[in-house]
Design a binder for this molecule. Structure first.
Ligand code: ZN
Length: 101
């Protein structure tokens, strides 16, 4: 007996801004600023409340988009660490199992 109006459905959920609203998956236009340029992304997946109109963008899509728009996102701000030169390693470190077989 599956109820067709189950709240646990994956595509719609209760709005957290208003008591009666239900958020449905929609395709909306996503706006974001990239530096000084306004970037618009049509057909962006988001949940939209049918009562108050609150939008909640799909977090996976947002993170994918931010990676596309900003390749530096997610990278540490530091430059790549310098790899120590092999001859700067201490020479007196014992090597277990290197001779004793
Ligand atoms: Zn709402």
């Amino acid at each position: 007996m599956n109820e067709p109006l189950s709240i646990t459905g994956s595509n719609s959920m209760q709005c957290n801004e208003c008591p009666a609203g239900v958020m449905h998956m929609r395709r909306v236009t996503y706006f974001t600023w990239l530096g000084e340029e306004l970037v618009t992304v049509p057909n962006f997946p988001a949940r939209v409340c049918d009562m108050c109109g609150k939008r909640e963008y799909d977090q996976r899509a947002v993170s994918v988009l931010s990676m596309i728009l900003n390749p530096e996102a997610g990278k540490p701000t530091r430059r790549i660490k310098r790899v120590p030169q092999p001859d700067s390693y201490p020479l007196n470190v014992p090597h277990p199992r290197s001779t004793n077989r």
